[in-house]
Every structure is written in C-alpha cells, then in structure tokens.
Ligand binder design. Structure first.
Ligand code: NAD
Ligand code: LMR
Length: 340
C-alpha cells in the first residue's frame, strides 16, 4: 500500500511541476457563444488542451449544462460556466485568449454577409466587454462575416483605447483545413504531411487557396483540377450549409479548426518558436487594411506577417478579383462600428 501511495504522490508531483512550469504557464481561455453548435465541441477540445489552465464558457443561454458536462473530463483546465450580461465581466477577466463563435449561422441560399445585421451587433457588444475586462487578451474571431466582424472589433477597441493590432485575429483556419483535405484527396497524398496556404478573407471568392505553394508539390494535378479545388475550397462552407439543409453551418470541422488556431496562439504566447498559421489580420501585404496570410505567432500575438510569395497567374487573377468584395466588407464593418 505504501509503495502505491509513494508512486501516486511522485507521479502527481511530476504532473504538478509540469503544469506550473515556465513552458506551461497558467492560461485562461474564454469562449463566447460556448453553448452553440461550434461552442460546444470547441469547449470540449479546449478542455482537452493541456496548455489551458482555466476555461471560461460564456453564452446567453445553456452554459451551466455545457460547463457541468465538460468540467467532469479529467484534464488540467478548471471549467466555469457564465450566462447573461451580468456575468460577462467575470467570464472575461484575466483571459489570455478569447474565442468568439457567438452569432447566427447561415441557412441555404444565404451569404455570410446576410448574417451581418444580427452578428455585427453581437460582436460589437462582446468586444466592448473585452476592451473593458481583458484588454490585453488575444481575440480569435469566428463569428461571420469574418471579413466585417474583425474590422468591427478593431474599431471598438480603437474607441476604447485598447486596440492592439497584434492581438486581433479572424479565424480562417477552416479554409486551410479544407484546402489541405481536398488537395491531399485529389493528389492522393498523405494529408497529415500536406500544407496549403490560404490568403485573402473568409467568404466566397475572397478565400484564395495558394495551391501553387502547396507542399508536397505534385505533378498529378491539371490546371482544371486546380480550378476545381479552388472553387471547392471557396464554397466549402456552402457545401456544409446545403448538406445540413437549414440546420446550420459547419460546427464540428470549425471547432477542430478553432481549437487548432487557439492552440497556436497559446503556443505563441508561451514562447514556442516557429508557430505559423494563416489568419485574417491588420496587414500591409496588400493595399487592404486587413488581409489573411501566413502569420508568425509570438509572445505578443502577431510577430511577423509573411508576404504572399510567388503566385501563379491564376492566383494573381484571383487576388485582383477578391479585392473589391473584401474592401467593401471591411468598409461595412468599420462604418457599422462608428455609427453612433
Ligand atoms: P449556433 O447558433 O449554433 O451558436 C451560436 C451561439 O451564440 C448560440 O449558443 C447563441 O446563444 C450564442 N450567442 C448569441 N448571441 C450571443 C451573445 N451576445 N453572447 C454570447 N453568445 C451569444 O451557431 P454556430 O454554428 O455555432 O455558428 C456561430 C458563428 O460562427 C456563425 O456566425 C457562423 O457563421 C460562424 N462560423 C464561422 C466559421 C469560420 O470559419 N470563421 C465557420 C463556421 C461558422
Ligand atoms: C464556413 O466556412 O463553414 C463558415 O464560414 C460558415 C459558413 O457560413 O459557411
């Protein structure tokens, strides 16, 4: 019995040491919209992430149940649920990373921009609270239309005097996840070793996968294949919306992608070197004020924004084509945030 006890206490002290070591500091992650289609599986995945010590689950309804459920999983993060406006401050206080999947999803026949009227107000309200309660947090914006909600967040933070362009990210990871899956499938490659940068924004033609830079490269794909892969990546969200036939948009693949991106942000904050992900950020890569491209993540958020690299003629054309729509979505967000 004593041997068993000694083993237990020595292994738990090892665990304790690793939990609080410098490489694995305490990190609080808040999920706003945690009881939704994305929020629930994302809460599960973040509870599973050993980098998270405190997980704060906020929604306008349903969070007590989600938090009670997720909290029983025997992993590091201490889980707390928060519901309604008066608990939002407590949910946010001390957060290192805030992930926002709050808002309505598309139904068949809608564009992401059709969500603007509802989601812009939701995002604005949540960002006002972030500026007040955790102004230094890294913000991962999932709510659509991302091309407008990120500019809304930036304007809200500017007004509050808390804007740090290095800490605001539009989550475009799902586009990369899709591009990798579709490319590997078509070229018959092991998807686990595949990488495809996706740049631009997160809606229709503003999503620009750079298959010319995909690794490993392949001779197996024709120009027609590349055109079809590009279109499938751009329409990936719509493919899911139609398949769900009125029951919402991507939730499980988005939770996976959101968890990947939040993990990359946490690793960057913790000083893990060479963490690079595509994300929609304030940018000078093009003449547009926000643009998705490869971003190196560090202790203060964005450490470096990579340029576009060399593009095929088809990609150059796609880049020129996306600018007008992306600009108008950005302008729409900025204008909304500055309405009195
Ligand atoms: P959902 O309706 O299932 O869940 C949304 C949740 O947000 C609900 O639980 C709702 O109660 C909550 N909510 C609403 N107002 C809130 C507020 N003020 N504060 C906190 N929570 C609030 O929708 P979903 O399928 O989870 O999608 C959420 C959003 O994510 C949509 O806008 C969708 O378009 C977007 N999305 C983005 C991507 C991406 O790649 N960036 C991918 C998929 C979905
Ligand atoms: C996606 O790409 O799946 C999301 O943006 C949701 C949508 O409306 O398509």
């Amino acid at each position: 019995f004593s041997v068993v006890r000694r083993q237990e206490s020595s292994s738990s002290s090892v665990i304790r040491r690793s939990f609080f070591s410098e490489a694995n500091p305490e990190r609080k992650v808040a999920i706003l919209g945690a009881a939704g289609g994305i929020g629930q599986p994302l809460s599960l995945l973040m509870k599973h992430n050993p980098l998270v010590s405190s997980l704060s689950l906020y929604d306008i309804a349903g969070t007590p149940g989600v938090a009670a459920d997720v909290s029983h999983i025997n992993t590091r993060a201490i889980v707390k649920g928060f519901m309604s406006d008066d608990q939002l401050g407590e949910a946010l206080e001390g957060s290192d990373v805030v992930v926002i999947p709050a808002g309505v999803p598309r139904k068949p026949g809608m564009t992401r921009d059709d969500l603007f009227n509802i989601n812009a107000g939701i995002v604005k309200g949540l960002c006002i609270a972030i500026a007040k309660y955790c102004p230094n947090a890294v913000v991962n914006m999932i709510s659509n239309p991302v091309n407008s909600t990120v500019p809304i967040a930036s304007e809200v933070f500017k007004k509050a005097g808390t804007y740090n362009e290095k800490k605001l990210f539009g989550v475009t990871t799902l586009d990369v996840v899709r591009a990798k899956t579709f490319y590997a499938g078509k070229a018959n490659l092991d998807v686990s070793g595949v990488n495809v940068p996706v740049v631009g924004g997160h809606a229709g033609v503003t999503i620009l996968p750079l298959f010319s830079q995909a690794t490993p490269s392949t001779n197996a794909l024709s120009n027609e294949d590349i055109v079809a892969l590009t279109k499938r990546t751009q329409d990936g969200g719509t493919e899911v919306v139609e398949a769900k036939a009125g029951k919402g948009s991507a939730t499980l693949s988005m939770a996976y992608a959101g968890a990947l991106f939040a993990d990359a942000c946490l690793k960057g904050l913790n000083g893990v070197p060479d963490i690079v992900e595509c994300s929609f950020v304030q940018s000078t890569v093009t003449e547009l004020p926000f643009f998705a491209s490869k971003v190196k993540l560090g202790k203060d958020g964005v450490e470096e924004i990579h340029g576009l690299g060399s593009l095929s003629d088809y990609e150059k054309e796609g880049l020129e084509k996306l600018k007008a729509e992306l600009k108008s979505s950005i302008d729409k967000g900025v204008a909304f945030a500055n309405q009195s």
